[in-house]
Structure formats: C-alpha cells, structure tokens
Design a protein around this ligand. Structure first.
Ligand SMILES: Cc1cc2nc3c(=O)[nH]c(=O)nc-3n(C[C@H](O)[C@H](O)[C@H](O)COP(=O)(O)OP(=O)(O)OC[C@H]3O[C@@H](n4cnc5c(N)ncnc54)[C@H](O)[C@@H]3O)c2cc1C
Ligand SMILES: NC(=O)c1ccc[n+]([C@@H]2O[C@H](COP(=O)([O-])OP(=O)(O)OC[C@H]3O[C@@H](n4cnc5c(N)ncnc54)[C@H](O)[C@@H]3O)[C@@H](O)[C@H]2O)c1
Length: 490
C-alpha cells in the first residue's frame, strides 16, 4: 500500500510560501480525479489533495473489488442456466483465484498507477488530510505532521465521498462488524455470514459471499432494493433464496455479543430470535465524509450532505468558489453519476474562470440535468437489477400522468436463447402527456448491459413513436423493447 506522505516537515519548512492554484480538489476518488481532469483541460492549474489512496473507496473497497469478486459468481450462474454448458461447471469456484482476480483489479491496494495519472494530467498531488480554512483556502496535514496551505484563485471542489453508517446497537464494538471494507478486501470465506441491510451493498455482498461458499443470512427491515420497482426486490429475494441464502425481511438487529474475540458473534433480533454467525456485516447506509474538512470555517455544518445547484456549486455559500461533487452532495451515490457531475462542474469552473457565459439551462453543457431525470443504476445481484429514471411510484409522486407497461422477458426469444427458461421482468413508465419514457426497469440475467439503451431513451426523451424505429436485433435480450412498445400500443 502506498500511503507515504509526500510533504515531510523539512519540505514544509522549506516551502514557507503559500501555494496558489486555480482549483483545489479535495479527495482523489473517481469524482475528484474527473474534476481535476476537466479543470486541467480548461487550462487551469490544479492541486489534488488525498489522505488515503488515490482512486478512493470506489477503486479499492467498493465498485471495483466487489465487481471483480461478483463476476465469477455470476458467470458460473449464467453458465448453469444454459443446457450443455451447465454440465461443464459442476465444481465449486476456485476462491483463491477469485481473490487473486480481485487483488489484480485493485492493484494490490497500491495507488502508484493512479497517482501517476494525476501527475500525468499536470495536476499536483498533495497527500494528507485536507481541511478548508476559510474561503478559497485549504490546509493539508500529512501523516507525519507536515502542513501546507493552499490558496484557490477560482474554486475548491469537495469530493471526499462517504463512509458507512452503523446503527447504535449494544455490543457493536465488541462484535467488530465488517463494513464494505472487509466485505471487499477479505481473502477468507467465513462459514456463516450475517449481513444487515437490504440496499445495494447488502444485496451484492449477500450474492457474492453466498456464491463464494459462506452461509449468508440477509437481514432487512424492508423488502430488498426498496428504491427500485417492487418486483425487483422480489426477484432478487428469490434468486438469493435459490442460491441457498436465508433472506429475512422485516427484521431488525437489537444487540450483538462476541464475548470471545476469536469466537462467533450472536445477533439479537427484534422478532425474539437469536442468530449465531462467524462474521456480521453492516450495510445500513452511508454518511458524508464532511465532518473533518473545516466546513465550519465557511459557515457550513460539519458532517452535513452538501446541497448543490445544477453546476454543483454549494447553494448556501456566497460567491462562486465552493463545489461539492459525488457522494457528498447526496444526489446519487454512484461513481458514474459523480463523474458526470465532476465533468460538468470542471467545465463550469473553466468557463467561470475565463468569464465565459455558462450553458446551464436544462441539458446544457454546464448543467447536471441527468441527476434529476435519468440516473442509471445496476445492481450486480443474481438476477441482475437495472433501472433508470423514475419508478412508477416516484413518477406519480412527482405529479406525472403515467401509464405503466409490464412485460415478461419469456416473450423474447433472444432471452430464452440466452438462458434456458429465462426468468425476468421489465417495466416502462410512460409520461402520457408527452409520450416519452420517465423510467425503465429490468430484472433478469444479463440485463446490466441492456440498461444503456433505456438510459439513452430516457435522457434523450425519445418519443415512443420514434422509439418503434429503433429495431432490436434478433435474437437478443434487447428484443424486450419490441414487446414493451407493442404492449403499450395495444
Ligand atoms: C460496496 C460498494 C459497492 C459499490 N458499487 C458501486 C458500483 O458498482 N457502481 C457505482 O456506480 N457505485 C458503486 N458504489 C458507490 C461508489 O463507491 C461511490 O458512489 C463512489 O465511490 C463515490 O466516489 P467519490 O469520488 O465521491 O468518493 P470516494 O470514492 O469515497 O473517494 C473520496 C476520496 O476522498 C478522500 N478524502 C476524504 N476526505 C478527505 C480529506 N479531508 N482530505 C483528503 N482526502 C480526503 C478519500 O480518502 C477518498 O480517496 C458502491 C459503494 C459500495 C460501498
Ligand atoms: N452497483 C451499484 O451501483 C452499487 C452497489 C452498492 C452500493 N451502491 C450505492 O452505495 C450507496 C450505499 O449503499 P447501501 O446499501 O449501504 O445503502 P442504502 O441506503 O441503499 O441501503 C441501506 C439499507 O439498510 C437499511 N437499514 C438502515 N438501518 C438499518 C438497521 N439498523 N437495520 C436494518 N436495516 C437498516 C435501510 O432501510 C436501507 O434499505 C447506495 O446509494 C447505493 O446505490 C451502488
């Protein structure tokens, strides 16, 4: 792991002058990196501050390792759905190779490659804890205590991400629970794993660890994946159950105990039951990493999510200098959406710095309009879950007059050729006043790669009348579009 400080006390003492950059980016996750890239492309000087690993949670303890671990699990499952191939995958997963694959994709938690990339775009990397110290000013404290002050001519972009939130239940500390970190960096399969929380992290972790051979119990207060259409959670619950996991809905943990640190952990549940496991993981949501970044020095509440406008400027701030990108603005806790915000804001910072007019009306170059209308999301569960835009409930809640079209994938021959007895469902939510799509949801094997077609249709506000002319190839899973559009017309 490369976390060595680049600012030694000697270096700090040598360089007493304060450094001034056009833009300072706090946090070098995928979002901070994209903001830096676009600000550099606009010809601005950029300092990037990172306290842990360049690449952020996404590269080392979230998206990348989880998908590297999930892919073998889902690949085997997919093969088992195809007669003739099923017979060739009779054995267990080679967990050592699966973990080695993960280690490859996280570059053994060494960030040298990504740090070099930051330098290659002409930005300066400062390793240490960044804190805002009044308007347009950031101090960086390295792990050896060296301090440096950076001034920003034009902008400070906060891209410090989020951390897991654990419920305040008795025995939490003694239980030494896993979070997304241990759930993605462990190289040992626990015999019994209890996972608390039925959102994206809980569902993917249950899929993954059950697939790797643990006996998983997933404890969720509400039906799984509650932000998606209800049929998604039902299908994913069925998939997990068929894989051998014990999925319990409507259950909360009231206490934990692990008297022997080397022994099992016991969970007390609000239904009166107790559950013994070798490890317990909490996947109960996220909090912004804004508690120790000096927000109080500019009149903002430490630890708060940061409310932003369409260019990602923090709303409660005077002037046009403070931006909040990615998880910290709570728009959509997704890497791709944070990167979209970073590209947009980076370009807006460039335009503002040059005094150019902003193109920040709906769908303009400097507006994150898709955050409101067309956020795509894939959960790599088995079956996969994919959605973009609004669910039927969200659309109705937002005051749209809608029509809902539900179609079973079994109708599409392409789906059946993809997986024998393909089980999956699709839904379109249509704005009846404009005859465009407000949202699309798919659940089924392989639907992750189908989602972008729906994202294009929703973001492009393509009239359904025109969508009919976008012909899906025979025989592909995409033929579902034909059946959805036909069901709407009839
Ligand atoms: C298990 C899991 C799986 C996920 N899978 C997916 C997925 O498949 N697809 C997807 O789109 N999203 C996924 N997500 C969500 C995704 O990880 C986040 O949305 C994404 O990491 C946000 O990027 P970011 O750059 O805002 O924050 P981060 O990736 O968290 O990066 C922030 C960086 O800022 C640094 N930092 C924080 N404070 C300071 C400071 N004061 N000074 C200097 N540096 C600081 C941190 O060290 C970190 O490197 C997943 C999340 C989890 C937990
Ligand atoms: N493939 C992907 O794109 C992907 C994968 C994983 C996570 N993510 C993103 O990361 C973010 C964090 O995911 P997450 O699953 O940690 O959070 P989440 O907020 O999506 O889900 C947490 C769940 O835990 C439940 N919960 C909260 N407190 C609880 C308690 N005490 N006991 C039982 N249940 C409790 C909540 O009701 C909620 O359903 C999400 O926004 C998600 O979209 C994305």
């Amino acid at each position: 792991m490369n976390t060595s400080p680049e600012i030694t006390p000697e270096a700090a003492a040598r360089d007493t002058a304060e450094d001034t950059y056009d833009v300072i980016v706090l946090g070098a996750g995928p979002v901070g990196q994209n903001a830096a890239d676009h600000a550099r492309a606009a010809g601005l000087t950029v300092a990037v501050v990172e306290r842990e690993l360049v690449g952020g949670e996404c590269s080392y303890w979230a998206c990348v390792p989880s998908k590297a671990l999930l892919r073998p699990v889902i690949a085997v499952s997919d093969a088992r759905r195809v007669d003739g191939a099923r017979q060739a995958v009779a054995g267990d997963l080679d967990t050592a190779r699966v973990f080695a694959r993960r280690d490859h994709y996280v570059t053994d938690w060494d960030d040298a490659g990504q740090a070099n990339w930051v330098k290659s775009i002409g930005a300066d990397l400062f390793r240490g804890q960044g804190r805002i110290d009044g308007p347009r000013r950031v101090t960086v404290t390295a792990s050896d205590g060296g301090r440096r002050t950076l001034n920003a001519r034009h902008a400070v972009a906060i891209a410090t991400g989020s951390r897991p939130v654990l419920p305040d239940v008795p025995g939490l500390e003694e239980a030494r629970p896993w979070t997304n970190r241990e759930g993605t960096d462990s190289s040992h399969v626990p015999g019994r794993l209890a996972i608390v929380g039925g959102g994206g992290v809980g569902v993917e972790m249950a899929t993954l660890w059950q697939g790797l051979g643990a006996q998983v119990t997933l404890l969720a207060r509400r039906p799984l994946l509650p932000r998606m259409e209800p049929f998604v959670g039902d299908a994913v619950t069925q998939g997990l159950t068929e894989a051998g996991a014990d999925v319990r809905i409507g259950v909360s943990v009231t206490g934990l105990s692990r008297p022997d640190p080397a022994g099992p952990v016991t969970l007390s549940l609000d239904d009166g039951n107790r559950l013994e496991a070798d490890e317990v993981m909490f996947a109960t949501g996220r909090a912004p990493r804004t508690d120790d970044i000096g927000l109080e020095t500019v009149g903002l509440a430490p630890g708060s999510w940061l409310d932003v406008d369409e260019t990602c400027l923090v709303r409660e701030m005077e002037g046009t200098w403070l931006y909040a990108l990615g998880d910290v603005n709570h728009r959509a806790l997704l890497t791709h959406q944070g990167k979209y915000q970073a590209r947009t804001a980076g370009d807006a910072i460039g335009a503002r710095a040059k005094g150019l007019p902003l193109d920040n009306g709906p769908w303009g170059d400097h507006a994150t309009t898709a955050d409101q209308h067309a956020v795509p999301q894939v959960f790599f569960s088995d079956p996969e879950a994919a959605a973009v835009g609004l669910s039927a409930e969200q659309a109705t809640g937002a005051g749209h007059r809608i029509s809902v079209v539900d179609v079973d994938f079994a109708q599409a021959q392409g789906a059946n050729l993809y997986a024998d007895g393909y089980q999956g469902q699709a839904r379109m939510v249509i704005d009846l006043d404009r005859e465009v799509l407000l949202g699309v949801t798919f659940v089924g094997p392989g639907v992750s790669e189908l989602l972008h077609s729906a994202t294009v249709a929703v973001a492009g506000e393509i009239p359904l009348k025109r969508l009919r002319h976008a012909v899906a190839c025979f025989p592909t899973v995409s033929e579902i579009w034909l059946f959805m559009l036909k069901a709407y017309k009839s």
